[in-house]
Design a protein around this ligand. Structure first.
Ligand code: HEM
Length: 430
């Protein structure tokens, strides 16, 4: 995608009046020019207020310790008003499109238990946790490994292809289909719905608000049918059956169920997908690290964690203050929206040594903010690490090199931080 916006330099950012800094501006994410903004904020104004923007007014929290303070204080910082910054104009158009289809738009939060506070949040989280807990992950591993192998064996050799489409999307779709016990042949529907939910017209596969509304409508229809089948069938360990048979969740409202479906589809898709793509991008940019990995496959696990830190697949999570809170010398007022920029905290030089370098054998590779902290900490983190580890174990057995042969295109989003496309060539098999 060509973005017709003048690309700013670090000097341009340094010269801007602080109050004009709107770190959520999307073109900087799509152009990969966000870094000087966060560097300046961490240094000069770590708890920063943007009074006017396409998202309305909001606070940006950019240092590690302040992010932790917000994320672990769920009483003062509520998730119920939504966890991503919403472009107000896009939100209005999306709601109109849903109304035109006879669907009442979801309330501002409405994305399942991630947009709930206690005690409701824990009810939803507990219902799905067993599906993504270590015991179930162990059971899934051979299937994921077999499917990962099939994906890799079907890739063209010596010919350019899009890694995002043929590997990153495919692997996550396969895993998610297993978690939902979703018809395997329709697995790419899960990718499609996730992309339709997360993009606005003109980006990703979304052409119009109507088409986006229709896709969401279709998704809910399919998952309604699955709910009824699972409810009437014997209990099983897939995500839908878990919710349908759990006494705490089986009577949840349709709105809550639909929200949970969207949460699980999106949570399981973009994040892992963009880490898989991110690992290929970073290993190409850092050939010394790629060589280390090839020489020592025991480094796969720390490399996966380092990629999750470096990529930060979800750039931020947002909250709304339920009371006045002092943070970094500023007063956040009741009702103010607060954005935790994980992507900035992960580059906080006071917490991570050499944070802008991609180093796959760090002493503490799991030291990152990408999964969040506190009660909403990513419930799928072990599933993500499992998929990433397996795909790299299988890659190293087959391909000595995956070569990035052109510029990747990036998502048009300040929430999902990743890649639309990534052109690569696999020169030969091992
Ligand atoms: C590298 C991959 C992933 C990253 C970086 C990631 C990131 C996150 C983050 C930042 C949060 C919110 C944390 C907070 O607010 O403190 C979250 C929550 C969540 N994630 Fe993930 N995620 C990943 C993979 C997955 C996968 C594979 C699934 C599903 C199988 C998943 C399902 C969820 C769910 C359901 C929540 C809500 C938890 C709650 O509210 O209690 N995620 N994730």
């Amino acid at each position: 995608m060509n973005i017709a916006v003048k690309v700013e330099t670090a000097e341009d950012i340094a010269a801007m009046p602080l109050e004009k800094l709107n770190p959520a501006r999307v073109d900087r994410f799509a152009n990969d020019t966000i870094w000087p903004v966060f560097e300046r904020l961490r240094r000069e104004d770590p708890v920063h207020f943007t009074p006017e923007s396409e998202y309305g007014p909001y606070w940006s929290v950019t240092r590690w310790n302040d992010i932790m303070a917000v994320d672990t204080n769920h009483e003062a910082f509520s998730s119920a008003e939504g966890i991503g910054l919403a472009n107000l104009e896009d939100q209005r158009k999306g709601e109109e499109a849903l109304r035109a289809l006879g669907q009442e738009p979801r309330r501002r939060g409405g994305a399942g238990f991630i947009t709930m506070d206690e005690p409701e949040h824990s009810v939803g989280r507990k219902a799905v946790s067993p599906t993504v807990a270590p015991a179930n992950i162990q059971t899934m591993m051979p299937v994921v490994r077999e499917r990962a192998g099939q994906i890799l064996d079907s890739l063209p050799i010596g010919k350019e292809f899009d890694w995002v489409d043929l590997v990153s999307k495919e692997l996550t779709a396969m895993t998610l289909a297993s978690l939902f016990d979703f018809p395997f042949e329709n697995r790419r529907k899960l990718t499609w719905w996730s992309d339709m939910v997360m993009n606005q017209p003109g980006h990703g596969p979304v052409e119009s608000w109507e088409q986006k509304g229709m896709a969401i409508f279709e998704c809910f229809g399919t998952f309604e049918q699955m709910w009824n089948e699972r409810l009437n069938g014997p209990p099983s360990n897939d995500l839908i059956s878990m919710m349908a048979h759990n006494p705490a969740t089986r009577d949840m409202s349709r709105e809550t169920y639909h929200g949970n479906v969207i949460l699980l589809i999106v949570g399981g898709n973009d994040t892992t997908r963009n880490t898989i793509s991110g690992s290929v991008v970073q290993l190409n940019k850092n050939p010394d690290q790629y060589a280390k990995l090839r020489a020592n496959p025991d480094l796969i696990l720390p490399m996966v964690s380092e990629t999750i830190r470096y990529q930060t697949p979800l750039a931020h999570m947002a909250r709304v203050a339920t009371r006045d809170v002092e943070l970094g010398g500023k007063t956040i007022k009741t009702g103010d929206r607060v954005v935790m920029w994980y992507i900035s905290g992960n580059r906080d030089e006071t917490m991570i040594e050499n944070p802008n370098s991609y180093v796959i054998d760090r002493a503490r590779p799991r030291q990152h903010l990408s999964f969040g902290f506190g009660i909403h900490r990513c419930v799928g983190n072990r599933v993500a690490e499992m998929q990433l580890t397996i795909i790299w174990e299988e890659i190293l057995k087959r391909f000595p090199e995956i070569k990035v042969v052109g510029e990747p295109t990036r998502n048009w989003s300040s929430f999902v931080h990743g890649f639309e496309t990534l052109p690569v060539v696999i020169p030969y098999r091992a």
